[in-house]
Design a protein around this ligand. Structure first.
Ligand code: SAH
Length: 220
């Protein structure tokens, strides 16, 4: 169904991201190619083009485009990167990541709620994204069999950065993650594992509001 993905779909969204300070042309182009309405449930369709998070069921949300863009930009993806996403949600962020990597690159994404994972998988297949591997489970443990990763993006906030994710970073690897005890006190952090020394460098990017990164038992 390649025709569903013939750009440009999202020119107003891209213009808004530019106004909001997103600069990386590759990131902007990727946003132009992902039709956000496909990731938004029917009852929220009138708001699909807006710059806010939206409910996607199971108490979860699809993030605000600006935040997805800022996280993606911070991840600084390069061709050949091995990528892990934690918190698949609607799959919107997954699609943006897929747009940024050369065709055929595999992305791995972990989601705790089986229904969300299955729906995201359907949406991405329908839109023609291949090479995304979906896993249902607790993403705070990462995906050890496939580590290390050059880029890890986490879309739900733990109180502290899970050590497994830092361990699974490759030398030079980046981890973008919201961290904090509650939505009022969360910051978006960018961690980098320095090549050579393996030391970790941490930068705080901005204040954010994410759903909590939960334990292994789904809430329903
Ligand atoms: N980026 C997503 C939004 C994700 S919302 C999008 O674009 O739609 C955060 C997601 O993280 C939710 O779907 C939630 O179920 C999931 N989540 C929460 N705790 C998790 C965990 N421990 N492991 C994996 N996924 C988790």
């Amino acid at each position: 169904m390649e025709s569903l993905r013939t750009p440009p779909f999202e020119a107003p969204l891209v213009r808004r991201l530019i106004e909001q300070g997103i600069r990386d042309p590759r990131v902007l182009a990727a946003f132009g190619r992902v039709p956000r309405r496909f990731f938004v449930p029917d009852d929220a369709q009138p708001y699909a083009e807006g710059d806010h998070p939206l409910e996607i069921g199971y108490g979860q949300t699809i993030s605000q485009p600006y935040i997805v863009a800022a996280m993606t930009e911070a991840l600084d993806l390069r061709p050949g990167d091995r990528v892990l996403e934690v918190g698949t949600g609607s799959g919107y962020q997954t699609a943006v990541l897929a747009e940024l990597l050369p065709l055929g690159t595999t992305i791995r994404t972990v989601e705790l709620v089986p229904e969300l994972s299955a729906r995201a998988e359907r949406t991405l297949r329908e839109l023609g994204y291949e090479n995304v591997l979906f896993r249902v489970g607790d993403g705070s443990k990462g995906w050890p069999e496939e580590a290390p990763f050059d880029a890890i993006l986490v879309a739900a906030a733990p109180e502290e950065v899970p050590s497994a994710l830092l361990e699974q970073l490759a030398p030079g690897g980046r981890l973008v993650i919201p961290v904090g005890p509650d939505p009022e006190h969360q910051e978006l952090q960018l961690w980098r594992k320095l090549p050579g020394s393996g030391l970790l460098d941490r930068k705080v990017l901005m204040h954010v509001r994410f759903v909590p990164l939960r334990g292994p038992v789904p809430l329903h």
